[in-house]
Design a protein around this ligand. Structure first.
Ligand code: SAH
Ligand code: SF4
Ligand code: F3S
Length: 446
């Protein structure tokens, strides 16, 4: 007899925190007997983990679920659920607007997914969107094969209320996970084969262990002691709370990689104030200088929003000049989009879409130039590279990342995968580096 297993198609949108939550969902669904499939057509259950940070992302959810109506008509037993930040934001409204949707659950109801699926199968349509302490204590769910690079959320929510941002409304108040639980999860991932861990939070710098008061620098120290773990990264750092102790931790802890995502959002003090970011351009630059002084090889990343309400050409030029001054290695840039609940969404002086688009194109062109020059400046350097696997393009090439997080492709054989090697950088390209393998006696194999 052919064994039939139930199949789930789990689609994830948004940030790394959603990617992490999706891994937890996949774990819970696997325990219920669901195997994962890539195509919604093959599934008995479709779960979307959604993002509402920009309007377009939210609209996509409605149109995507809308398209699933056809599938549900063909397979009436198909169950469809929406989780994540759009679920939190829209709640019951999603069930009303999409009659073929079975259940809705916000980020804090994630642990109740099995119960939601079981009840939906019995015909109960419901939306669980209460924010507050998570619905059940977080279990540590570790995939059997987490991969070489894994993530661990150390805190959820956000208390910063930047005036443009929906996250504090859809993720609720900031809560740190106990350090003991974080360490247990890191150790379990490492035991299952992970060698690099990225610690996640909207603002990791304000981490506080609820059981002992350890701050984020202290937590890094503890994670650094986990045997068999090679590399630690973290994201995101809020510039207003970047502490000297965190900079010291990056400088002093061998396993903490020299990479920092420090979103500036704008280079104009007027805009930073209107955004409620809690720092000035000058203060931001001081932080960058201190960081570069202590960790000279650090690669810096940032997020910039163009076209915030009331942004003048002059304000925008200050963002361009910030890029020239800092010279980021990587940059995510976005057109401002108004979000529900937020203060900026209620401002009068919204910019025309066309102006926002032009500014985005201009900013991105400048960043391409800077990024390329920064990459070219790496030529000749010797870098420790964690090899991930064969390069996506190019016969006989392997691909990995430097300590600073830059992608390097170099001629090599597949057995190098999952090992640390030394590579000499030969060329810098727009999105990656090219290099050649050094026959390092100290190379470690996984
Ligand atoms: N906690 C992180 C960012 C999380 S959201 C931080 O404070 O830096 C990721 C990025 O989305 C933000 O950094 C911001 O650049 C962008 N973003 C958030 N709200 C936005 C909005 N309303 N319009 C456009 N971009 C937005
Ligand atoms: Fe949003 Fe600001 Fe919180 Fe980041 S720090 S998630 S931008 S409110
Ligand atoms: Fe998006 Fe929610 Fe993350 S709004 S950016 S998925 S916290």
């Amino acid at each position: 007899m052919i064994e039939t297993k139930k199949k789930v198609c789990l689609r994830t949108f948004g940030c790394q925190m959603n990617a992490y939550d999706s891994k937890r969902m996949a774990g819970m669904l696997a325990e219920m007997g669901y195997a994962q499939v890539a195509e919604p057509e093959a599934a008995d259950l479709i779960v979307l983990n959604t993002c509402s940070v920009r309007r377009l992302a939210e609209e996509k959810v409605y149109s995507y679920v809308g398209e699933l109506k056809r599938l549900k008509r063909e397979k009436p037993w198909l169950l469809i659920g929406v989780g994540g930040c759009v679920a939190q934001q829209e709640g019951d409204k999603l069930l009303r607007r999409l009659p073929h949707l079975d259940f809705v659950f916000g980020p804090d109801a994630l642990n109740r997914l099995p119960e939601l699926v079981t009840q939906a199968a019995k015909g109960k349509r419901q939306a669980l969107t209460k924010l507050g302490p998570p619905s059940a204590p977080a279990q540590i769910i570790v995939p059997a094969e987490p991969g070489l690079r894994a993530m661990v959320t150390v805190m959820t929510g956000c208390d910063n209320f930047c005036s443009y941002c929906v996250v504090p409304y859809v993720r609720g108040r900031e809560r740190s996970r106990p350090a003991g639980e974080v360490l247990e999860e890191v150790a379990a991932l490492v035991a299952a084969g992970a060698r690099e861990i990225t610690l996640l939070g909207q603002n990791v710098n304000s981490y506080r262990d609820p059981d002992g008061g350890l701050d984020f620098a202290g937590l890094l120290g503890r994670v650094n002691d986990v045997p068999e773990l090679w590399r630690i990264r973290f994201t995101t750092s809020h510039p207003k709370d970047l502490s000297p102790s965190l900079i010291e931790a990056m400088a002093g802890l061998e396993k903490v990689m020299e990479q920092m995502h420090l979103p500036a959002q704008s280079g104009s003090n007027r805009m930073l104030k209107a955004m409620n970011r809690g720092y000035t351009r000058e203060r931001y630059l001081e932080q960058v200088n201190l960081l570069r002084q202590k960790v000279p090889s650090v690669a810096l990343g940032s997020d910039i929003i163009v076209g915030f309400p009331g942004e003048t050409r002059q304000d925008f030029e200050e963002s361009l000049s910030l890029l020239r001054e800092v010279r980021y290695d990587f940059l995510y840039s976005f057109k401002y989009s108004d979000r529900p609940f937020t203060k900026a969404g209620r401002l009068e002086n919204q910019l025309e879409e066309e102006v926002k688009s032009e500014r985005l194109v201009e900013l991105q062109a400048l960043q391409r130039e800077i990024g390329l020059a920064e990459h070219q400046a790496q030529a000749g350097k010797l870098e420790e590279v964690l090899v991930e696997g064969p390069a996506r393009h190019g016969e006989g090439l392997m691909s990995g990342r430097t300590r600073a997080g830059r992608v390097v492709n170099f001629p090599g054989t597949p057995e190098l995968a999952e090992s640390l090697v030394m590579v000499r950088i030969t060329e810098g390209r727009e999105n990656s580096l090219a290099g050649e393998l050094l026959p390092a006696p100290g190379a470690i194999s996984a």
